[in-house]
Design a protein around this ligand. Structure first.
Ligand code: SAH
Ligand code: MG
Length: 221
């Protein structure tokens, strides 16, 4: 199976299940126009996050890594009327683009963007007694992932679903590779596997964003 065919199948799946969506398309367009990197989740991955959030009945969602708010929109739309999503972002420039995108999508009432390095905003959340969150989506700098998982666990309850993006990296998690991001996600995957009270796995993903993976952890107690 080649990259060309999995991209075609990803587009086929999208054409089956998705309809034109001005808010999501506008978010990608304006993120690109503002010079943000094209590293948001794919449409089908966004849909998967949305379905998972609804499947667990998420009322409170934590996201680490907002970028232009594309995944944020998918997740925020899964929330019930009084649901809340908190998303952590280090870049004021990214947050500004995200704010406009969330506004256009009509979800800004439900979403708070917290600015700052997640290494600081996560401990602050624990300090202020935030959470427990029902779903956590980790998608920021990879060297931070191990710490983000630890903090996420402290903001969780049994039943919380923790998802982390980009943990396969074109397959380079297996075999050599001295890249700091590869090393970081290897440490992350190992940490997830060793964690007591969390049932974990990694789902490989292929499609328009290439070959990568979602780590999934269910907090059991
Ligand atoms: N979840 C987004 C993509 C996020 S890209 C989507 O799928 O649409 C990763 C984001 O993490 C970038 O916007 C980057 O600025 C942010 N980031 C990087 N390091 C960070 C840190 N230490 N704390 C918080 N955010 C960080
Ligand atoms: Mg990602």
């Amino acid at each position: 199976m080649s990259e060309r065919s999995w991209t075609a199948v990803d587009e086929y799946v999208e054409s089956l299940f998705e309809r034109p969506d001005p808010a999501l398309e506008g978010a990608l367009r304006d993120s690109s126009a503002a010079g943000l990197p094209a590293i948001s989740v794919s449409p089908n991955q966004g849909k998967l996050l949305h379905i998972l959030a609804r499947a667990v009945g998420a009322r409170r969602i934590l996201e680490i890594g907002t970028l232009g708010g594309y995944s944020t929109i998918w997740l925020a739309r899964a929330l019930p009327t009084h649901g809340r999503l908190l998303t952590l972002e280090v870049s004021p420039r990214h947050a500004k683009v995200a704010r406009a995108n969330l506004e256009r999508a009509g979800v800004s009432e439900r979403v708070e963007i917290r600015l700052g390095p997640a290494q600081e905003t996560l401990p602050a959340l624990v300090e202020e007694g935030a959470g427990p969150f029902d779903l956590v989506f980790i998608d920021a700098d990879k060297p931070g992932y191990v710490d983000y998982l630890d903090w996420s666990l402290r903001l969780s309850r049994p039943g919380t679903l923790i998802i982390a993006d980009n943990v396969v990296r074109g397959g380079s998690v297996v075999g050599g590779g001295l890249d700091e991001n590869v090393e970081a996600v290897r440490r992350f995957n190992q940490h997830l596997a060793d964690m007591p009270g969390v049932l974990g796995t990694v789902l490989q993903t292929v499609g328009v964003k290439g070959y990568d993976g979602f780590a999934i952890g269910l907090v059991t107690g």
